[in-house]
Design a binder for this molecule. Structure first.
Ligand SMILES: [Fe+2]
Ligand SMILES: [Fe+2]
Length: 208
C-alpha cells in the first residue's frame, strides 16, 4: 500500500522489520554509494586519460561529470539523514579507483569499457534498492532522486556496453544479463509500492 507505515506493511520477521532498521540500512547503502562514486570518479579519470585523442573521450567525460554530481547528491542525502561518509569505505574505494585508473593506462581499449559497463550494471540495482529502502524508512522525499540516479547509471551502462560491443573481444567475453528497458526502473518501483516486499541491501562487486 503506497505511503503506508513500513512496519504496518512489512511481513513479520523480514528485512527491514521497522522504520529505524530501514533507515540504518538506507544510510549504509548511501555510504557505500557515496564511496562507490569516488571510486568511479578516480577510475574514469584514468580511463579518460587513456582515451586521449580518441572519439569516445567526450562521451566518457560526460559520464565522469555525472559521477561527480552523483557523489555530491548522495553526500547531501547522507547529511540530510544526519549521517556522514564512512572513512573506511572512502579509503577502500579511493584505492580501488586509483588501481583501476592505473590499469586503464595499459590494458588497452576494450577492458576498461567492458569492465565499467559491468560495474554500472550493478549501480542501477543499487540505487533502485536505495529508493525502496527510502520508502521503508519513511524518507519518501529521496525516492525520486534515487530513481533518477538509477536511470543515469542505466544510461552509463548502455553507452559503455555499446562501445564495448563494437570490439572484436566482445564476442568472446561473456557479459550476462543486459538491463531491461530504462522505463522499467520506475515501473518496478511502482510495482513495489503496490505490493511492498522486503529489501535486501545489495553489495557491489567492489564491496565484497
Ligand atoms: Fe554514479
Ligand atoms: Fe555511473
Amino acid at each position: 500500500m503506497p505511503g503506508a507505515a513500513p512496519d504496518a506493511a512489512a511481513p513479520a520477521g523480514t528485512l527491514p522489520s521497522d522504520r529505524a532498521a530501514a533507515r540504518a540500512t538506507l544510510v549504509r547503502a548511501l555510504q557505500l554509494a557515496y564511496s562507490g562514486e569516488l571510486g568511479a570518479i578516480r577510475a574514469y579519470l584514468g580511463h579518460s586519460a587513456a582515451l586521449r585523442g580518441r572519439p569516445e573521450r567526450a562521451g566518457l567525460r560526460t559520464i565522469l561529470v555525472d559521477e561527480i554530481r552523483h557523489r555530491r547528491r548522495v553526500g547531501e542525502m547522507l547529511a540530510g539523514l544526519g549521517a556522514a561518509p564512512d572513512p573506511a569505505a572512502e579509503r577502500k574505494l579511493d584505492r580501488i579507483g586509483r588501481t583501476i585508473a592505473w590499469i586503464c593506462c595499459w590494458s588497452g581499449w576494450f577492458v576498461p569499457m567492458y569492465g565499467a559497463a559491468r560495474l554500472e550494471r550493478d549501480n542501477v540495482a543499487e540505487y533502485e534498492v536505495a529508493a525502496r529502502l527510502a520508502w521503508w524508512a519513511g524518507e519518501r522525499h529521496l525516492e525520486d532522486d534515487l530513481l533518477h540516479l538509477a536511470e543515469v547509471e542505466w544510461d552509463h551502462e548502455r553507452w559503455l556496453r555499446e562501445q564495448a560491443a563494437r570490439h572484436l573481444l566482445w564476442h568472446v567475453a561473456p557479459y550476462g544479463r543486459v538491463p531491461p528497458p530504462r522505463e522499467e526502473i520506475r515501473a518496478r518501483f511502482r510495482a513495489f509500492l503496490a505490493a511492498p516486499t522486503p529489501v535486501e541491501p545489495r553489495r557491489s562487486l567492489l564491496f565484497r
